[in-house]
Design a protein around this ligand. Structure first.
Ligand code: NZQ
Ligand code: ZN
Length: 389
């Protein structure tokens, strides 16, 4: 049964090859000083930077450059961005990049006028925003996180060995996001497939929870099938517009809050993956891939019905003559085959995790209670150990 909920999503999306044409109309709604946030330089190589800067100049904006947002943005970079935004009196933040750049822009947005340390307030204490927010818009170049249409902003603190995501409210969601699938063509294959698995796992996190007959679960099965189908095409031919656009659109729907409405959710793979990320700085989607199968095989008996349904409806496993457990395991075996086929990293050792890190990663893993099994620290440790192979 669907629980009670309210639903709205304030982000306006522009999708397609001509999506950037809408940037100037959107920019006219905001003040003159624009903090232009981007990463390590991919947008300069593929020409997106020049296009965006030309539009900003045409609109008469003053650009405050904030380059060098790293994958898994750090708290030190967040402090630096706040300084830049304050010094330039930023009226608006334009993020041009992937989830890291969009997340960072949202974190700066809520922190510029925050009277205390934003890491303590928003990440350690998970408090709400009660100060002025600098509005954010996104031009997306990497697909996976859903950051373009949600309030998530994940920040890493290497000193404290913590990677934490705060999910902010509607007022922090991007005001608009520009999604042109062609911009993702230049992604290295490693990033493309990591993003594909991030999408798939966002859906799993919301699917593997609860047992009810729920419309969201049918939507999620459709999204998962679309992602798997398009992933094969995109790996073969990265410039297949249909596949890249389907992946881009599925990513947005996988984590724009819709499919979680009225149901419980899990998020333990992300908690494990984020803790691995805090120790290794590895690519987000790969951290999820590397811990997923040991986790799902472990919790499968506690959510057998749903794992069976996943096997049949997503992976077309034939259930006849098999026990429920055999069907469920066949589904996970199909998922494993797919993950290997598209080239995901399948263990945390390959991401740089060593034995001596396991206790710390275990400690840094936040325990969620919405999945089929609330894990103890010992169970987390044994899943992590299993993920090393
Ligand atoms: O920095 P540049 O030079 O731009 O290179 C980036 C980066 O190295 C590159 N890239 C991006 N677009 C490109 C491109 N290279 C060539 N062509 C392009 N068009 O790709 C690399 C990875 O980018 P990044 O933004 O780090 O990837 P992703 O989008 O996966 O974002 C990861 C971050 O998002 C967080 C993760 O934890 C991680 O910190 N997440 C955010 C979520 C949210 N907001 O809801 C949820 C997710 O679960 C996730 O936790
Ligand atoms: Zn994710």
């Amino acid at each position: 049964m669907l629980g009670n909920f309210s639903y709205s999503n304030p982000t306006k999306l522009y999708f397609g090859e001509d999506a950037l044409d809408n940037l100037s109309t959107e920019l006219q709604k905001y003040g003159k000083n624009v903090l232009l946030v981007y990463g390590g330089g991919s947008i300069k190589k593929n020409g997106i930077y020049d296009k965006v800067v030309a539009i900003l100049n045409d609109c008469g904006k003053t650009i405050i450059e904030d380059a060098g947002v790293m994958p898994n943005p750090t708290v030190e970079k967040l402090y630096e961005g706040c300084e830049r935004a304050r010094a330039g009196k930023a009226d608006f933040i334009l993020a041009v990049g992937g989830g890291s750049v969009c997340d960072y822009a949202k974190a700066v947005s809520v922190s510029v006028h925050c009277k205390e340390d934003p890491w303590d307030r928003y990440y350690l204490r998970m408090e709400d925003v009660d100060n002025e927010i600098v509005p954010v818009g996104c031009v997306l170049t990497m697909v996976g996180t859903g950051s373009e249409m949600n309030g998530g902003a994940v920040i890493t603190n290497h000193r404290q060995k913590l990677k934490i995501g705060h999910v902010f409210g509607d007022n922090v969601f991007p005001k608009f996001s520009i999604l042109n699938p062609v911009y993702t063509y230049t992604l290295p294959k490693y990033q493309m497939v990591a993003g594909i698995y991030d999408i798939f796992n966002h859906i799993c996190e919301q699917y593997f929870s609860g047992e009810d007959d729920n419309t969201s679960d049918y939507i999620m099965e459709g999204l998962m099938k679309s992602v798997v189908h398009s992933s094969h095409i995109a790996v073969e031919n990265p410039t297949d517009y249909e596949a890249r656009s389907n992946i881009m659109w599925a990513a947005t729907w996988a984590l724009n809050t819709l499919v979680a409405k009225g149901k419980t959710t899990d998020w333990m793979v992300h908690m494990l993956g984020q803790s691995v990320g805090a120790y290794t700085d590895a690519t987000h989607g790969m951290t999820l891939a590397a811990v997923s199968l040991p986790y799902y095989r472990y919790i499968m008996p506690y959510g057998l019905e749903k794992f069976k349904r996943f096997a049949v409806n997503v992976w077309n496993v034939q259930p006849n003559g098999k026990t429920d457990e055999e069907v469920a395991l066949d589904g996970l075996a199909e998922m494993e085959n797919w993950m290997k086929e598209i080239g995901l990293v399948m263990n945390i050792t390959d991401l740089g995790v060593t034995e001596d890190m396991i206790d710390g990663i275990t400690e840094g893993t936040f325990v969620m209670d919405g999945g089929y099994k609330v894990l103890t620290k010992d169970e987390i440790k044994s899943i992590l150990k299993e993920s090393m192979r």
